[in-house]
Structures are given as structure tokens and as C-alpha cells.
Design a protein around this ligand. Structure first.
Ligand code: ASP
Length: 343
């Protein structure tokens, strides 16, 4: 379908911010020392490669960063959220962020907590870079712009559009190293999809009641993320405070459990810094009221740990980091109470 100049003028405006990642990665120009593709394309080039976008929205572009997504920082995200807020103030209907998939589950949730809303912020990327057969970046970008331009996508916080599915940032996780169907929301399911250009929202999610409105990028304190493993002891937990962390998210076994001999170190640490209890399983809520054995969730919560609710370990770390930056340790517990009550 060709769109006339008059029809174009009626289309919603969407801003695309590029941050790098596979969607932007090629091997043109100077070779990387290790060989392989590296992030080189900016938002304008990504948009120009998808002519169908001109039928969906008037697209403006911002080349914001050009990195592998593991190199993004909280300072980048706070700066990005400020630019997105300013872009919304200028009247755009929605924003798309393109970036590496490795950290989308964290960055999208950080934007959920940082951006003022209610207009949609839709994060996307690609699993197959543009030099491979069947790159998924162009289709993901088109779907993301369609979602960002859709009024029904507003009011649900940050979203992830990928492989024609729509996910709420608070639930979505990267679950596969190479499949284009890597993003899944096992706890709640996808909230919608895109088909033939139509945006379907099947399940509404409630906006998060907590927003980290006072955060400055350089003020986000270091928060550790640790797992639990069979036969492990407490030697890392005992070092957390000493090496300067100001919070800990512990991914316990199952519903939120640790070996009994780890409990004293966790109890001591929880008197010094906020310690959040999440699960290493990757889906479902950390329990709060079932088991009573030493090292169980009831035992750990009674010793001062904070229940992580439905948040995965990496997402709980994002919330703890931003809540600490926003209001200090007391605000952290309140933020978890607020977010986990919403679902
Ligand atoms: N493998 C990554 C991606 O999918 C690289 C990154 O996260 O930057 O984009």
C-alpha cells in the first residue's frame, strides 16, 4: 500500500531510539579484532531498511548508544528515560527502543520504573543479525512501531515486542541463546500479539504503582545478584557488604530456599543492607508462607529478608537498585510491597 502525503500527515508520530545490539550488528567497515559482527547501524539506518514503517507512523530517530547490551548501565537508562519523557512532552504517540537482547529483560523493566508514562515504550531487538539469512530485526522493528503507535497499548508500562508477540516488561525473560522465539513470560503469558499489522492486546496489565522519579544515573548503588547451588556455602554472601554492595538479591532454590547453614550469614547481612529473596526457577512467585524448615522462605523472611514476589532475580535487582537510589533502604522494602501487590 502506498501512503499519500496527506495520509502520512495523519499518522501517529513514533520515536525510535537505537542502543546497538544484534539488530544493529554487521561486519562492514573496519573488522573487529575478534572477527564477527559488532553494533554499527543507528536508528536511521534501521528505520530506512523497513519501508513499511511509512504506512504505520511518522518515525523520528535517535541514535542513543551503540553497544552490546551488556555494556549498558543504569546511568544510560536514566538518561534514556529522561530523553523519552522529553520526547513524550513534545507530543509523540509512542517510543520504540532497539537494543541487544541480552539485557532486554532488565532494561525494559528499568524503563517501566523510570519513564513517566502512560504512552507506550516498546523495546525490541533481534536474534539474527542483518548479515544472516532471515534476520528478524526488520520484522521486530515494524511490529514494535505498530505497538507503539497503537492507543490500546498505552497505560501498561513498558512492553517488549518480539517475534510478533507483546510482553509486559515486568514478566518477560530471555529464555534461549539463539531462537527468535527467545522471549517468554512464563509466569503470566504474553499479553498480546501483532498479526497483519493489527495490534491485539488480549490481557491488560495494571500500571506499576512505584516509579523511581528521583533517580540520578550516577547515584544508583551497587546491588549484587547471587544464586544458590547444591552444596554451596556462605562465603560469597559473607563478602557482599565488605566489597561494597549496598543490597543483595538472592535467587534461592525453588520457592525461595537456601541450605540451613547459609541462614546465619543471610540474617546478619539483612541487618546491614536490604536482602531480597527471589527464586532461581525463572517462573512463578517466590513463596512467603508455606515451608518452615531452616533455610525455607518463612524462615528467611522472619529474619528480615524482603520477599521478591513475582520478579525474577535480575528484575528484582533492577527494582532494588532504583528504589535504593530513589529513597534509600526503607523505600526499598516499600517498593517491593507495592510492586508485588500488583501482579
Ligand atoms: N546477543 C545480543 C543481542 O541479541 C547482543 C547484545 O545483547 O547486545 O543483541
Amino acid at each position: 500500500m502506498d501512503v499519500t502525503v496527506n495520509e502520512q500527515a495523519q499518522l501517529p508520530e513514533v520515536a525510535v531510539f537505537s542502543l546497538g545490539g544484534t539488530i544493529a550488528s554487521t561486519n562492514t567497515g573496519e573488522a573487529a579484532p575478534s572477527g564477527g559482527v559488532t553494533p554499527r547501524l543507528g536508528a536511521r539506518e534501521l528505520v530506512d531498511a523497513v519501508p513499511q514503517l511509512s504506512e504505520v507512523a511518522r518515525v523520528q530517530t535517535v541514535a542513543f548508544r551503540q553497544v552490546a547490551s551488556g555494556d549498558l548501565t543504569f546511568a544510560d537508562l536514566v538518561a534514556l528515560a529522561e530523553e523519552i519523557d522529553a520526547t513524550f512532552d513534545s507530543g509523540v504517540a509512542g517510543v520504540v527502543v532497539t537494543q541487544g537482547t541480552d539485557t532486554i529483560e532488565e532494561t525494559s523493566f528499568a524503563l517501566d520504573l523510570l519513564v513517566r508514562g502512560p504512552r507506550p515504550v516498546v523495546v525490541t531487538g533481534a536474534m539474527r543479525n542483518p548479515t544472516l539469512a532471515g534476520p528478524d530485526g526488520p520484522a521486530n522493528l515494524l511490529a514494535a512501531v505498530q505497538v507503539a503507535a497503537a492507543p490500546q497499548a498505552a497505560g501498561m508500562g513498558a512492553l517488549v515486542a518480539f517475534n510478533d508477540e507483546i510482553h509486559a516488561a515486568r514478566f518477560v525473560r530471555k529464555t534461549h541463546t539463539s531462537s527468535p522465539a527467545t522471549f517468554r513470560s512464563e509466569t503470566a503469558g504474553t499479553i498480546g500479539w501483532v498479526v497483519e499489522g493489527r495490534v491485539r492486546i488480549a490481557f491488560q496489565v495494571t500500571p506499576l504503582p512505584f516509579r523511581a522519579s528521583g533517580v540520578r544515573g550516577e547515584n544508583v548503588p551497587p546491588v549484587a545478584l547471587l544464586g544458590s547451588a547444591l552444596g554451596d556455602d556462605a562465603r560469597l554472601i559473607e563478602q557482599v557488604r565488605a566489597v561494597g554492595y549496598e543490597g543483595l538479591v538472592l535467587q534461592g532454590f525453588g520457592g525461595g530456599h537456601v541450605p540451613a547453614h547459609v541462614v546465619p550469614a543471610l540474617e546478619k547481612l539483612a541487618t546491614e543492607i536490604p536482602v531480597v529473596l527471589a527464586s532461581r526457577t525463572g517462573a512463578g512467585e517466590a513463596l512467603t508462607g508455606t515451608y518452615g524448615f531452616p533455610g525455607s522462605e518463612r524462615d528467611l523472611l522472619s529474619r528480615g529478608l524482603i520477599p521478591g514476589g513475582f520478579l525474577s532475580g535480575p528484575k528484582a535487582r533492577v527494582l532494588l537498585s532504583l528504589a535504593l537510589a530513589d529513597g534509600g533502604p526503607d523505600a526499598a522494602r516499600a517498593a517491593f510491597d507495592q510492586v508485588s501487590a500488583v501482579g
